[in-house]
Design a protein around this ligand. Structure first.
Ligand SMILES: Cc1cc2nc3c(=O)[nH]c(=O)nc-3n(C[C@H](O)[C@H](O)[C@H](O)COP(=O)(O)OP(=O)(O)OC[C@H]3O[C@@H](n4cnc5c(N)ncnc54)[C@H](O)[C@@H]3O)c2cc1C
Length: 157
């Protein structure tokens, strides 16, 4: 540790890295300590046998104020993924689609072996309520869904 160090940051995940950036910009000498073999944590990508495997963080919410402050969104040249998933199940690959954005593909999802029919109905119901909550808050009406106490996803299902 340098004798000039004023701040020690424990952890080189996205929070620690943003903290280091801010300190650097302010000219405050800092030291970042990371326990694993590289920084990034849940935002890391591992290369395995030619595949790039993300550890987490698939969705970049560009509305986050910190993202806008720290990241040059244009330089990332972001693309849009299909809003759904290709799930390996029962020896095959099956599409699971968002019924509101891909109604036709949602029919294929309904017939796929991914989850039970009851699971699909619960997801559909949850999606419908989230959509209603979004349109109500966009129009200034407070949503009952949004202001209920936080619960785990499985307890909602
Ligand atoms: C599967 C998954 C998917 C996700 N998807 C999204 C998404 O799509 N969009 C989104 O916005 N967010 C997503 N998140 C959440 C997001 O990844 C986290 O909120 C964010 O990465 C947290 O960053 P952090 O720096 O606070 O903590 P972490 O990423 O947990 O970083 C902590 C770091 O500290 C290090 N550390 C811990 N203890 C010590 C110690 N004693 N000494 C030194 N180093 C230490 C760890 O090794 C690690 O590198 C996802 C998370 C997961 C797990």
């Amino acid at each position: 540790m340098g004798s000039e160090t004023e701040v020690i940051i424990v952890g080189g995940g996205v929070a620690g890295l943003c903290c280091a950036l801010k300190l650097e910009e302010s000219g405050v000498p800092d030291l970042l300590l990371e326990a694993s073999d590289a920084v990034g944590s849940r935002v890391r990508t591992d290369s395995v046998d030619g595949f790039r495997l993300d550890r987490g963080f698939q969705v970049l919410l560009t509305a986050y104020p910190e993202v806008l402050r720290v990241v040059n969104i244009e330089m990332l040249e972001l693309g849009c993924f299909y809003p759904g998933a290709l799930v390996a199940c029962d020896g095959g690959l099956h599409w699971v689609a968002d019924p509101w954005r891909h109604p036709l593909d949602a029919l294929r999802s309904a017939a796929s072996p991914v989850g039970t029919l009851a699971d699909k109905l619960r997801v559909w119901h949850l999606r419908r309520r989230a959509r209603q909550a979004h349109s109500m808050t966009s129009s200034g009406v407070q949503s009952s869904l949004r202001f209920q106490p936080s619960k785990r996803t499985d307890s909602r299902m």
